[in-house]
Design a protein around this ligand. Structure first.
Ligand code: HEM
Length: 497
């Protein structure tokens, strides 16, 4: 089955009237049917999995799929995956070459648009070249450190309140709890929408949109997940257009207000329609990814109680020493979170083992050679961070959760620029990386101040990588009140906040 990418902004449902084209995007859009693609790629090793069966295998166990393909074919192969004949690239060298893209040989739009274009048209990841630079430059101030400090300071009380609720019970459905929290935070900090019925309705539309982006069938046939996603997108666009008018009139502290005010000044700024496209994409980019990072960190720590204690020690130390030194302002909160170095290692290690976005998409803008293999112009290529981040060539005991590998003494992630890429790299490197990192540290801190956790008696964490990492089934933690490490086994006392 070949899924035809949208041929015009109107057909794709985009609010953006006319977007500049990258040369490779048009190469891929005009000619790359499955049959044509398979003929173009026939000189490359075949991945050994038939169309559709490859998708099913990948969805069932992405890591086993990637290991199998790599064992058969090495770093470069081809096959039909996600309804496209494409090149599968599985090496640190390929990650570096494609993401850094020093020669302008790859196109992000050609890679991502067939997967996301109908539901998230105009998103930053689907822009290339000067157009991408202009839009990224325009969005950057809203996520700069000063703005971040304001967002973080506003979200910390919500995180602490959620942790209070979580700590009240003996069990926690960790995915549901964290997902609800990160969505609430995203709506409040990005849009300025406080919890309540409006937030619930927007949240439900977001869930439908994200759910649709995971559907194998990407045609808006009535009753399908895709059709529901398209309807949800229509409602969100309508809401955001109205909200933009309000935010220009009376800006708030939220990110959308900042962008609306900048857009209203005209000049190089995007149009209102482009702004709406950016917001729809940004919420999607931020929400499930951060949830995934947090869930896998918490799940990894569940079987490493000594790491929970080490991180709690660090949190207590920073609380004791930093508040006197740094005061109470917004920036002080960021400085305190910055100092949670070990929490940072634990998060990075979970991102290594379970990258929330397990594969990255591009297309070749012109013919290129990788690992001695010719990749023709227009070919879609997929990178596999989920495999490279566990490659024993680069990582010691790669399947083990070992945060110390990120310590300055070991710094395994510095062995090659292409081995740790959970946030991508190069021009499209995640714009929300610092935001995600600080938010995740704040959630870990709130949890560790209150509780320690282990897996339920019949629970073991079973991770599904695709399309965005999540637990395969229900995953419940057993909670107990936090004790100061070293305190006797009795009732104990909560660690200092
Ligand atoms: C742990 C959480 C996150 C992970 C693992 C993650 C991962 C990624 C990755 C891998 C890319 C690059 C995709 C590519 O090159 O093809 C990306 C891009 C992006 N991310 Fe994130 N992300 C996270 C959180 C966030 C947050 C919180 C935001 C917003 C505040 C955000 C906004 C974006 C945007 C706008 C892009 C597109 C950048 C561009 O094309 O220039 N992400 N993210």
């Amino acid at each position: 089955m070949d899924v035809a990418p949208p041929t015009s902004a109107a057909e794709s449902g985009s609010t953006t009237a006319r977007e500049p084209q990258h040369p490779a995007a048009s190469v891929g859009r005009q000619r790359w049917s499955v049959g044509h693609g398979l003929r173009q790629l026939a000189h490359l090793p075949h991945c050994g999995h038939r169309p559709i069966l490859a998708d099913l295998r990948f969805l069932r166990d992405s890591l086993a799929f990637a290991r199998d393909v790599h064992a058969r074919c090495g770093p470069v192969s081809h096959g039909v995956l996600f309804a496209r004949a494409q090149v599968l690239l599985m090496s640190a060298e390929a990650n570096e070459a494609v993401l850094a893209d020093r020669e302008g040989a790859y196109c992000a739009r050609g890679g991502w648009e067939p997967l996301l274009g109908r539901l998230f048209p105009g998103g930053l990841i689907m822009r290339d070249g000067d157009d991408h630079r202009r839009h990224r430059r325009w969005m950057l101030p809203a996520l700069r450190r000063e703005a971040l400090a304001r967002h973080i300071a506003r979200m910390v009380p919500a995180i602490e309140a959620a942790a209070d609720r979580w700590a009240a019970g003996p069990h926690l459905d960790v995915h549901a709890a964290i997902r609800e929290l990160t969505l609430g935070i995203a709506l409040e900090t990005f849009l300025g929408v406080a919890p309540g019925s409006s937030a619930r309705a927007i949240g439900a539309d977001y869930e439908a949109l994200v759910d649709a982006s995971a559907a194998v069938l990407r045609l808006p046939l009535p009753g399908t997940r895709h059709a529901r996603g398209r309807a949800a997108r229509g409602r969100l666009e309508h809401f955001l257009h109205r909200l933009a008018t309000e935010r220009v009139r009376a800006p708030g502290q939220d990110l959308f207000s900042q962008l609306c005010v900048a857009a209203a000044q005209g000049g190089d700024a995007p149009t209102r329609a482009e702004l709406v496209d950016h917001m729809v994409f940004l919420l999607m980019a931020a929400h499930d990814t951060t949830t995934s990072a947090l869930v896998t960190t918490v799940a990894s720590l569940a079987v490493e109680p000594q790491w929970q204690d080490r991180l709690a020690d660090e949190i207590a130390q920073v609380a004791a020493t930093a508040s006197a030194a740094s005061g109470d302002g917004e920036v002080a909160e960021v400085l305190r979170l910055d100092r949670l170095e070990r929490c940072g290692w634990a998060l990075r290690e979970a991102l290594r083992l379970y990258p929330p976005i397990p594969t990255l998409a591009r297309s070749a803008a012109r013919e290129v050679t990788l690992h001695g293999h010719r990749i023709p112009a227009g070919a879609p290529v997929t990178l596999f961070p989920l495999l490279v981040q566990r490659d024993p060539r680069w990582w010691t005991d790669p399947d083990r959760f070992d945060p110390l590998r990120f310590s300055p003494e070991r710094a395994e992630h510095r062995r090659h620029p292409g081995i740790w890429t959970p946030f991508g790299g190069g021009a499209h490197m995640c714009l929300g990386m610092n935001f995600a990192e600080l938010q995740s540290r704040a959630v870990l801190r709130a949890l560790l101040r209150r509780v320690r956790w282990s897996c339920g008696p019949h629970d073991r964490y079973d991770h599904a990588f695709a399309p965005i990492g999540h637990p395969r089934g229900p995953f419940t933690l057993r909670l107990r009140a936090a004790h100061v490490p070293g305190a006797d086994g009795e009732a104990g006392h909560a660690a200092p906040r």
